[in-house]
Design a protein. Structure first.
Length: 202
Protein backbone atom coordinates (compact mmCIF):
# COMPACT_ATOMS: atom_id res chain seq x y z
CA UNK A 1 0.00 0.00 0.00
CA UNK A 2 1.30 3.42 -0.93
CA UNK A 3 0.41 6.52 1.02
CA UNK A 4 0.87 9.85 -0.75
CA UNK A 5 2.18 12.29 1.83
CA UNK A 6 2.52 15.48 -0.20
CA UNK A 7 1.14 16.46 -3.60
CA UNK A 8 1.78 20.13 -4.44
CA UNK A 9 5.15 21.10 -5.90
CA UNK A 10 7.35 22.74 -3.31
CA UNK A 11 11.00 23.67 -2.91
CA UNK A 12 13.12 20.85 -1.50
CA UNK A 13 14.04 22.57 1.75
CA UNK A 14 10.47 23.80 2.23
CA UNK A 15 9.49 20.15 2.40
CA UNK A 16 12.42 19.13 4.62
CA UNK A 17 12.49 22.21 6.80
CA UNK A 18 14.45 20.62 9.65
CA UNK A 19 17.16 19.06 7.49
CA UNK A 20 20.61 20.61 7.85
CA UNK A 21 23.35 19.75 5.35
CA UNK A 22 26.70 21.21 4.35
CA UNK A 23 26.78 24.31 2.14
CA UNK A 24 27.83 22.47 -1.02
CA UNK A 25 24.99 19.96 -0.81
CA UNK A 26 22.54 22.71 0.14
CA UNK A 27 23.45 24.71 -2.98
CA UNK A 28 22.92 21.67 -5.19
CA UNK A 29 19.42 20.98 -3.82
CA UNK A 30 18.11 24.45 -3.02
CA UNK A 31 16.55 24.80 -6.51
CA UNK A 32 15.15 21.28 -6.55
CA UNK A 33 11.36 21.01 -6.63
CA UNK A 34 9.48 18.17 -4.94
CA UNK A 35 6.28 17.16 -6.74
CA UNK A 36 5.23 14.43 -4.32
CA UNK A 37 6.39 12.24 -1.48
CA UNK A 38 5.16 8.65 -1.33
CA UNK A 39 5.46 6.18 1.53
CA UNK A 40 5.23 2.52 0.65
CA UNK A 41 3.99 0.98 3.88
CA UNK A 42 4.73 -2.55 2.71
CA UNK A 43 8.43 -1.99 2.00
CA UNK A 44 8.91 1.02 4.33
CA UNK A 45 10.34 3.06 1.47
CA UNK A 46 9.92 6.83 1.39
CA UNK A 47 10.28 8.18 -2.16
CA UNK A 48 10.73 11.85 -3.08
CA UNK A 49 9.79 12.77 -6.65
CA UNK A 50 12.11 15.62 -7.55
CA UNK A 51 12.67 17.93 -10.52
CA UNK A 52 15.55 20.18 -11.44
CA UNK A 53 16.65 22.07 -14.56
CA UNK A 54 20.23 20.81 -14.32
CA UNK A 55 21.84 17.47 -13.61
CA UNK A 56 22.60 16.20 -10.13
CA UNK A 57 25.49 13.79 -9.84
CA UNK A 58 24.68 10.35 -8.47
CA UNK A 59 27.17 10.80 -5.62
CA UNK A 60 25.24 13.89 -4.48
CA UNK A 61 21.91 12.07 -4.74
CA UNK A 62 23.30 9.34 -2.48
CA UNK A 63 24.74 11.89 -0.04
CA UNK A 64 21.37 13.60 0.31
CA UNK A 65 19.54 10.31 0.76
CA UNK A 66 22.01 9.36 3.49
CA UNK A 67 21.61 12.74 5.17
CA UNK A 68 17.83 12.40 5.28
CA UNK A 69 18.09 8.89 6.64
CA UNK A 70 20.72 9.59 9.29
CA UNK A 71 19.37 12.94 10.49
CA UNK A 72 15.61 12.51 10.23
CA UNK A 73 14.92 8.76 10.33
CA UNK A 74 17.94 7.43 12.21
CA UNK A 75 15.91 5.04 14.38
CA UNK A 76 13.20 4.22 11.85
CA UNK A 77 13.41 1.15 9.58
CA UNK A 78 12.78 3.19 6.46
CA UNK A 79 14.55 3.51 3.12
CA UNK A 80 15.00 6.88 1.41
CA UNK A 81 14.82 7.11 -2.37
CA UNK A 82 14.63 9.81 -5.04
CA UNK A 83 12.83 9.63 -8.37
CA UNK A 84 14.45 12.26 -10.54
CA UNK A 85 13.10 14.18 -13.52
CA UNK A 86 15.32 16.70 -15.26
CA UNK A 87 13.86 19.65 -17.16
CA UNK A 88 16.93 20.42 -19.26
CA UNK A 89 17.16 23.20 -21.89
CA UNK A 90 15.95 22.22 -25.37
CA UNK A 91 19.41 22.95 -26.76
CA UNK A 92 20.87 20.20 -24.55
CA UNK A 93 21.74 17.41 -26.99
CA UNK A 94 21.81 13.67 -26.32
CA UNK A 95 25.55 13.68 -26.95
CA UNK A 96 26.06 16.35 -24.29
CA UNK A 97 23.81 14.49 -21.89
CA UNK A 98 25.67 11.21 -22.32
CA UNK A 99 28.99 12.98 -21.81
CA UNK A 100 27.82 14.77 -18.66
CA UNK A 101 25.78 11.95 -17.12
CA UNK A 102 27.76 8.83 -18.01
CA UNK A 103 29.76 8.76 -14.77
CA UNK A 104 26.57 9.04 -12.69
CA UNK A 105 25.00 6.20 -14.64
CA UNK A 106 28.07 4.03 -14.07
CA UNK A 107 27.97 4.81 -10.35
CA UNK A 108 24.30 3.85 -10.20
CA UNK A 109 24.91 0.65 -12.15
CA UNK A 110 27.72 -0.30 -9.76
CA UNK A 111 25.20 0.03 -6.89
CA UNK A 112 22.80 -2.20 -8.80
CA UNK A 113 25.32 -4.90 -9.76
CA UNK A 114 29.11 -5.07 -9.61
CA UNK A 115 28.99 -7.51 -12.52
CA UNK A 116 27.05 -5.15 -14.79
CA UNK A 117 29.43 -2.34 -13.86
CA UNK A 118 32.48 -4.48 -14.69
CA UNK A 119 31.03 -5.22 -18.12
CA UNK A 120 30.66 -1.58 -19.20
CA UNK A 121 32.96 0.50 -16.98
CA UNK A 122 35.54 0.88 -19.77
CA UNK A 123 33.06 1.04 -22.65
CA UNK A 124 33.03 3.79 -25.22
CA UNK A 125 29.58 5.36 -25.63
CA UNK A 126 28.94 6.56 -29.18
CA UNK A 127 25.91 8.72 -29.97
CA UNK A 128 24.18 8.98 -33.34
CA UNK A 129 20.76 10.62 -33.55
CA UNK A 130 18.73 8.91 -30.77
CA UNK A 131 20.93 5.80 -30.59
CA UNK A 132 23.72 5.16 -28.09
CA UNK A 133 26.09 2.29 -28.88
CA UNK A 134 28.32 0.76 -26.20
CA UNK A 135 31.19 -1.58 -26.95
CA UNK A 136 31.40 -4.69 -24.78
CA UNK A 137 33.67 -7.72 -24.78
CA UNK A 138 32.49 -10.51 -27.03
CA UNK A 139 31.67 -12.96 -24.25
CA UNK A 140 28.71 -15.12 -23.37
CA UNK A 141 28.25 -13.25 -20.10
CA UNK A 142 28.18 -9.84 -21.81
CA UNK A 143 25.57 -11.06 -24.30
CA UNK A 144 23.46 -12.54 -21.50
CA UNK A 145 23.50 -9.29 -19.53
CA UNK A 146 23.19 -6.85 -22.44
CA UNK A 147 19.39 -6.98 -22.54
CA UNK A 148 19.16 -6.18 -18.83
CA UNK A 149 21.47 -3.20 -19.35
CA UNK A 150 19.55 -2.02 -22.40
CA UNK A 151 16.20 -2.07 -20.61
CA UNK A 152 17.61 -0.28 -17.57
CA UNK A 153 19.34 2.48 -19.56
CA UNK A 154 16.39 3.10 -21.87
CA UNK A 155 14.04 3.37 -18.88
CA UNK A 156 16.36 5.86 -17.16
CA UNK A 157 16.44 8.17 -20.18
CA UNK A 158 12.68 7.90 -20.68
CA UNK A 159 11.74 8.52 -17.04
CA UNK A 160 14.33 11.16 -16.14
CA UNK A 161 14.74 13.05 -19.41
CA UNK A 162 11.55 12.20 -21.36
CA UNK A 163 13.77 10.96 -24.17
CA UNK A 164 13.20 7.91 -26.34
CA UNK A 165 16.74 6.61 -26.65
CA UNK A 166 17.81 3.26 -28.07
CA UNK A 167 20.81 1.48 -26.60
CA UNK A 168 22.76 -0.95 -28.75
CA UNK A 169 25.85 -3.03 -28.02
CA UNK A 170 28.85 -3.69 -30.20
CA UNK A 171 30.55 -6.90 -29.07
CA UNK A 172 34.30 -6.87 -29.71
CA UNK A 173 36.94 -9.49 -29.08
CA UNK A 174 39.00 -9.03 -25.93
CA UNK A 175 42.76 -8.68 -26.22
CA UNK A 176 43.05 -11.51 -23.73
CA UNK A 177 39.89 -13.57 -24.25
CA UNK A 178 40.92 -16.52 -22.07
CA UNK A 179 41.61 -14.29 -19.08
CA UNK A 180 38.30 -12.54 -19.63
CA UNK A 181 36.40 -15.83 -19.75
CA UNK A 182 37.98 -17.02 -16.50
CA UNK A 183 37.27 -13.68 -14.80
CA UNK A 184 33.63 -13.62 -15.83
CA UNK A 185 33.04 -17.27 -14.98
CA UNK A 186 34.27 -16.45 -11.48
CA UNK A 187 31.95 -13.44 -11.27
CA UNK A 188 29.01 -15.47 -12.53
CA UNK A 189 29.63 -18.21 -9.95
CA UNK A 190 29.82 -15.55 -7.24
CA UNK A 191 26.50 -14.05 -8.30
CA UNK A 192 24.88 -17.52 -8.29
CA UNK A 193 26.17 -18.15 -4.77
CA UNK A 194 24.82 -14.78 -3.62
CA UNK A 195 21.38 -15.52 -5.09
CA UNK A 196 21.31 -18.97 -3.48
CA UNK A 197 22.23 -17.51 -0.08
CA UNK A 198 19.34 -15.04 -0.37
CA UNK A 199 16.95 -17.85 -1.27
CA UNK A 200 18.09 -19.92 1.68
CA UNK A 201 17.43 -17.03 4.08
CA UNK A 202 13.94 -16.30 2.75
Amino acid sequence: MEEKMQTETRAFFDVLTELKVDEKLYNIFRDVQVSRVVLNEKSNDLTFYITKDELIKRVDIVKMQNNIKSKMFMNAPIGIHFKEVYDLPEAYTLEQLVGDYKSSLLTEISEKSHMLYALIKDSDWKVHDNVVTLNMDNSLLAKRKSDELRIYLEEVFKERFKMEVRFLFDFVDSENPQAYVVENETKLKGEVVHVMENIIHI
